[in-house]
Design a protein around this ligand. Structure first.
Ligand code: CP
Length: 336
């Protein structure tokens, strides 16, 4: 990716290490604004079309928050039933219309490939907020940004990382996108733990092997692993053919403090893209981990705002102008 300005962000396949480092460096520079130490109006007058045709809390709201923090305005539509897609309008026509109302669009849709199809009709950059079981590139970037930051505390780098991914690796798009990004790094060890029926798709396994990484696939949490990162996932019930099918796997791979102590190191960082399913029959990431300092799930969500601010600044070509449009924060804030 030689330039971000004016380009869609549809897949992690667009990124090389240089582009990732640029996103991370701009994301880092956004921290004072996200922490309300100062504010910027660099995107004053710009409009984000935030189109979420599938449920979302953090991706939708953090896209909107990131745009607001840069001084821009947000127009939203949520749910398929509330849009003209329910009347048979094509993604192309919807994109052509909504790109006339916006300077940039963030979109989530339940069908794989839908955001790329939408982008063909758009006259403004489109950022993929998740397309079915396919990809979630902005989540992968924020996950990688979090991994980099968490490893720095232990004087480690992403090169040489050992990551354990657990749960629904078949339908979980965040692990697909993150695995593809990790293929850009060196000597990564993957331990993939899932029921056989929910294993990582073959094309991702092939990409991991082609990158020369070490790969272990298993359906058991075994022994004490020396993983740097434990990346837990939810059973993606919305992508299963039926609820009965999803119920077979719910609660199979739970992580609580005692399981963590048995299988992981005292410094292993715990991640999850969220939402975690806290219902008793699932509970893949127990509340008893909430006080564990290695639980990074809420650092991930905070980092999501920084990364999405960076992507907006880069795609709209203002990454070097942010501080020129600075203003003081005059209200009470305890985020620092
Ligand atoms: N991680 C994530 O995509 O969360 P939401 O579904 O709440 O957006």
């Amino acid at each position: 990716m030689s330039s971000f300005t004016g380009n869609h962000i549809l897949s992690v396949s667009q990124f090389d290490r240089e582009a990732i480092e640029l996103v991370f460096s701009v994301a880092q520079s956004m921290e004072p604004y996200a922490k309300r130490q100062k504010r910027t109006t660099v995107l004053d007058g710009a409009i984000l079309g935030n189109l979420f045709f599938e449920p979302s809390t953090r991706t939708r709201v953090s896209f909107g928050t990131a745009f607001n923090l840069l001084g821009g305005e947000v127009r939203e539509t949520t749910g398929m039933a509330n849009s003209a897609l329910a009347k048979g309008e094509s993604l192309y026509d919807t994109a052509r219309v909504l790109s006339g109302y916006s300077d940039i669009i963030a979109m989530r849709h339940p069908a794989a490939g839908s955001v790329a199809e939408f982008a063909e009709g758009s006259r403004v950059p489109v950022l993929n907020g998740g397309d079915g079981a396919n990809e979630h590139p902005t989540q992968a970037l924020l996950d990688l940004f979090t991994i980099k930051r968490e490893l720095q505390f232990n004087n480690k780098t992403i090169d040489g990382l050992h990551i354990a991914m657990i749960g629904d690796l078949r339908y979980g798009r965040t692990v697909h996108s993150l695995s593809k990004l990790l293929c850009l790094f060196k000597n990564v060890r993957f331990t993939l733990i899932s029921p056989k029926e929910l294993a990582m798709p073959d094309y991702i396994l092939a990409a991991i092997e082609n990158a020369g990484h070490s790969l272990k696939v298993t359906d058991q949490l075994e022994g004490n692993m020396d993983a740097d990162i434990c990346y837990q996932t939810r059973i993606q019930e919305e992508r299963f053919p039926s609820q009965d099918e999803a119920n077979k796997y719910r609660g199979k791979f739970r992580l609580n403090q005692s399981i963590y102590t048995r299988h992981f190191q005292s410094k292993t960082v715990i991640m999850h893209p969220l939402p975690r399913d806290s219902r008793t029959e699932a509970n893949e990431l127990d509340n008893d981990l909430n006080l564990n300092p290695n639980l990074a799930i809420f650092r991930q969500t905070d980092n999501g705002v920084l990364v999405r601010m960076a992507l907006f600044a880069l795609t709209l070509g203002v990454e070097n102008l942010v501080s020129q449009y600075e203003k003081p924060v005059i209200w009470y804030s305890n985020k620092s």
